[in-house]
Every structure is written in C-alpha cells, then in structure tokens.
Design a protein around this ligand. Structure first.
Ligand code: MLT
Length: 261
C-alpha cells in the first residue's frame, strides 16, 4: 500500500480491533503466519514487512540512514494509510525494539503492547562487535551464512526439523541490503530502559524459556519496570518462541487480548 513514506506491504487476518505484529531480524511478516491463522474472533491481526524485508521495498528513508525510528515511522504511516488510529502494537525481538521506538514517537496509538523475546537495553560493546562480524559474513557469503550463524541461537536444541527449515527459509530469502541496513539500525538503537515506567498501557511480555538471545532475565526486568504488565514464559521454546511453540504463543496472546476486552 502507498503510504506517506513509500510503499509498505503487510499480511493480515481477522476483523475487529487491530493488533500490529512487528517481525524480528532478519525475518519478515511471514514469521507471524501461525498467529495470523489463529487470530481470535473480534481482532484484526496486521503484520507489516519492515522496510526492505518481505515485499516492502528498501527505498531510502527521508531521514537518510535506516534506524529503529525509520521502521517505527513506516509502521505509523501504514496505520495512517489503513485509517487505524490506535492498536495493540508489539513485536518479537527487533520488532520489540521497533515497538519501543513507536512508543517514543506516538504513545497515544498504543492501547496495549506486546513485547516478545526482546529487551530494553542498547547493544553492549561486545554485542556491537558481533554485529560488525555479522556484517562482514553477510558481505562475503550472503544470507545463507547469516542463517548458519544465527540458527543455533534462535531456536532451542529441541526444535523440530520443520521449524528449523522454516526459520532458515525466512532468513535465506532476505535481501542482503535490507539485512545490512537492519544490522546498522540494531547497533545504533538507543537504550529503551528509561521508557519502561512510562508505558502505562497494559503490556504482555512473552519469552521462550530457552531464549539464548534475550533470556527470561531480560523479560523479568521489563515486567518489573512496566506498571501494568504480565509475563508469560513459553516452555520448550528458544528466541523465536512464536514459531517454535506456535500454539502456546497464540494462546497467551489470545488470553491477554480477551482479558482486555
Ligand atoms: C531479532 O531476533 O530480532 C534479533 O535477534 C535481535 C537482536 O539481535 O538484538
């Protein structure tokens, strides 16, 4: 769809109050397929492709380099184009970082927030060094090598072959330029910790019990700092908990939404 900031693609399912689901790095909207298929009655699930991912083109943003604010403003522009003023807004991992950026830009658009397998702090120096190495691997070997690097950390050791293949497929179909731009945005993202007490809408925090990238301890920090928040730990799941345990994830999301009717 054409928005004020360029074309943005998205997937959607259901009808009713909007729930905007933001994907992680380096995925695209398809990662929300199990939740789209399980959208509870009365809710409209909308999963945008962030700039450069999936079917959304990587056109240069008006502000120059791509940051979390770029993705956030793009999602705000998609909501404007869809004539959606307020929604439940949230995401998984990088999608959570984008949700924090959206909250800083337009807090009044949030009726509730979802923070799945994500964390508030910025990258550490060690984390940034890892991103620089990932960039080099991407430049030399492409997205398949990124999948090789990331897969052991994204899923628990018990993940089924199908889930591993799905996650690999999501990464391998990514455009190198979009992945590179997102790595830059991840490295530059600000610390969202000071924002946590200001999140006064209800928040659902979800984490896989085996999440090695944003472990349950990060989720507990967010839960303690966000006044009206609930924490759900998903057993038998790593970082991409919505794909590894889709039924359990969809159930905690539906329970949260229905409890807020
Ligand atoms: C993601 O899943 O979006 C990334 O792992 C986030 C990160 O690396 O910080």
């Amino acid at each position: 769809m054409a928005t004020e900031r360029g074309d943005v693609a998205w997937l959607e399912a259901g009808s009713g109050w909007p729930v905007v689901l933001l994907h992680g790095f380096p995925f695209h909207a398809e990662m929300w397929r199990p939740q789209l298929l399980a959208a509870p009655e009365g809710w409209r699930f909308i999963a945008p492709d962030l700039r450069g991912f999936g079917r959304t083109p990587l056109h240069p943003p008006p502000e120059g380099a791509i940051t979390m604010d770029t993705y956030a403003a793009d999602v705000g522009a998609l909501m404007d184009a869809l004539k959606i003023e307020e929604a439940v807004i949230g995401g998984l991992s990088m999608g959570g970082y984008v949700a924090f950026a959206m909250f800083r830009q337009e807090p009044s658009r949030f009726t509730s927030m979802l923070l799945a397998d994500t964390k508030a702090p910025a990258d550490t120096a060690e984390g940034r060094a890892g991103r620089v190495r990932l960039r080099e691997i991407l430049a030399q070997q492409g997205p398949a090598a990124i999948a090789d690097q990331m897969l052991p950390k994204l899923l628990s050791s018990d993940a089924s072959r199908d889930v591993v293949a799905d996650v690999r497929g999501l990464i391998e179909t990514g455009a190198p330029a979009a992945i590179d731009a997102a790595i830059g945005a991840l490295m530059k993202r600000p610390d969202s910790t000071p924002d946590l007490p200001r999140i006064t809408c209800g928040a659902l925090i979800v984490v896989g019990d085996h999440d090695a990238i944003t472990p349950p301890s990060d989720a507990e920090v967010m839960q303690r700092a966000i006044p009206r928040s609930r924490l759900a730990v998903i057993p038998g799941a790593g970082h991409v908990s919505n794909l590894e345990q889709p039924t359990a994830f969809s159930r905690v999301l539906a329970d949260f939404l229905l409890s807020r009717l």
